[in-house]
Design a binder for this molecule. Structure first.
Ligand SMILES: Cc1ncc(COP(=O)(O)O)c(C=O)c1O
Length: 400
């Protein structure tokens, strides 16, 4: 029996990078006495720095990644019960965002190797009612951007990138979150940079940014003449304390991503020798929110590998979220707005999705093993995890 490994966790200080920089800025906020973004300066400063770091014109900081998706969807002015194509491998918050805006999620299949939607799978889900696409990047990888942008342009659809897991990631040199009409980010505890909870919407379009800001502020147009609550909208503001932490965190992002890559390379150098283990991505452009490996079920059982790794101190997620969103209770029972089937059943009774129609989703989830990753995992530890994976695969494979 090999000695269990001690793996830093992004749930506590072992896997996070908070220090004097965050403390200093939080102190500044507290001493200013302004904890709210409409009276303080930190949220505006974070918005400016975050937009600049991505090379986009506008950023609106919000209370969560889920809210960021909702505000982005709202900004595109979707028709009531229109459809938005999106991936069934995503966070529930990104789907609640659509439903609350009266938009029907129309699920597309994904690439079986990356578990992300691509232009071809999105195209198959477009109908006459489709008005938008939410493109879900996963694990720190960026899905193909140019083909999806071209597809959306051809069909006149709004493109929203859900980059909650993809900060610091790119595809062919193009940064995640810079190609969609809008993009959403999350700063929840586990993300690349965090304030516990938090999110942001970015865009190059001034009018879209204005609508996102209104939506975030109960539709009260701060700074405009003749203010009034213009329409129904919630409070989704970020606080000054969150922004203070995020400004400091943003300064650590580039090094954090580099560290994640260094350790990823060390792991992958070891697992190359493992029969049945694959990695499908470009390490140099991946920001490794997580380390996604594909396990060939003919050679190794993903579940057994995860159980063996857990015994050695590495707690992984076999099959990631386990099932596609349309198999979650809320979707199975159609328990949506006010407990009704709205908006999904608003026009007609839509047939339920069947997993057989989503071969990429089925295969991707069956094979994926998601290893927790963070910037405090050293290359030495990455290498050791890789060695353990290879050894376990040999042991499990030998049983067959
Ligand atoms: C792809 C994706 N979208 C949206 C969200 C929602 O973000 P939040 O938890 O900040 O609301 C998450 C959160 O994990 C996510 O992974």
């Amino acid at each position: 029996m090999r000695a269990p490994l001690v793996v830093p966790s992004d749930r506590d200080a072992t896997g996070r990078s908070f220090g004097a920089e965050e403390l200093e800025l939080v102190r500044e906020v507290l001493e200013s006495g302004s904890l709210n973004s409409n009276s303080g300066t930190m949220v505006r400063r974070f918005e400016h720095e975050f937009a600049r770091s991505l090379g986009v014109a506008r950023c609106v900081a919000v209370s969560s990644g889920s809210f960021a998706v909702q505000a982005a969807v709202f900004a595109t002015r979707p028709d009531l019960a229109s459809e938005c194509v999106t991936s069934p491998i995503t966070d529930f918050g990104a789907l609640a965002a659509l439903l609350y805006e009266g938009v029907v999620p129309s699920f597309c299949d994904v690439d079986a190797h990356t578990l992300m939607p691509v232009a071809d799978t999105i195209a198959n889900a477009i109908t006459a009612r489709t008005r938008a696409v939410v493109v879900t990047h996963l694990f720190g990888a960026t899905t193909e951007l140019a083909p999806i942008r071209a597809l959306c342009d051809r069909h006149g659809l709004a493109m929203i990138e859900d980059a909650a897991q993809a900060l610091g990631s790119s595809r062919d040199g193009v940064t995640a979150g810079t190609v969609g009409d809008l993009a959403a980010f999350s700063f929840q505890q586990s993300k690349h940079i965090t304030s516990g909870e938090g999110g942001a919407v970015v865009t190059d379009d001034d009018e879209l940014a204005r609508r996102v800001r209104l939506f975030t502020n109960k539709a009260w147009p701060y700074g405009e003449p003749d203010p009034d609550h213009r329409f129904l909208a919630p409070n989704g503001r970020m606080t000054e304390l969150q922004a203070a932490v995020l400004i400091a965190q943003l300064g650590k992002l580039a090094e954090g991503v580099e560290q994640r890559r260094r350790s990823a390379r060390a792991l992958l150098a070891e697992t190359e020798a493992a029969d049945g283990i694959g990695f499908h991505g470009n390490v140099d452009e991946h920001s490794f929110w997580r380390m996604p490996l594909l396990v060939d079920p003919e050679l190794v059982s993903c579940t057994e590998l995860a159980a063996a790794l857990a015994r050695e101190g590495v707690r992984c997620q076999a099959h990631y979220v386990g099932r596609p969103a349309f198999e979650l209770e809320a979707f199975r029972e159609r328990r949506f707005v006010a407990g009704t089937g709205f908006p999904v059943d608003y026009r007609d009774s839509r047939p339920r999705e069947r997993i057989e129609d989503f071969p990429g989703v089925r295969e991707g989830l069956a094979r994926v093993l998601v290893i927790p990753w963070n910037e405090r995992i050293s290359p030495e530890l990455g290498r050791e995890i890789g060695i353990r994976i290879t050894a376990i695969c040999r042991e499990l494979g030998g049983d067959r």
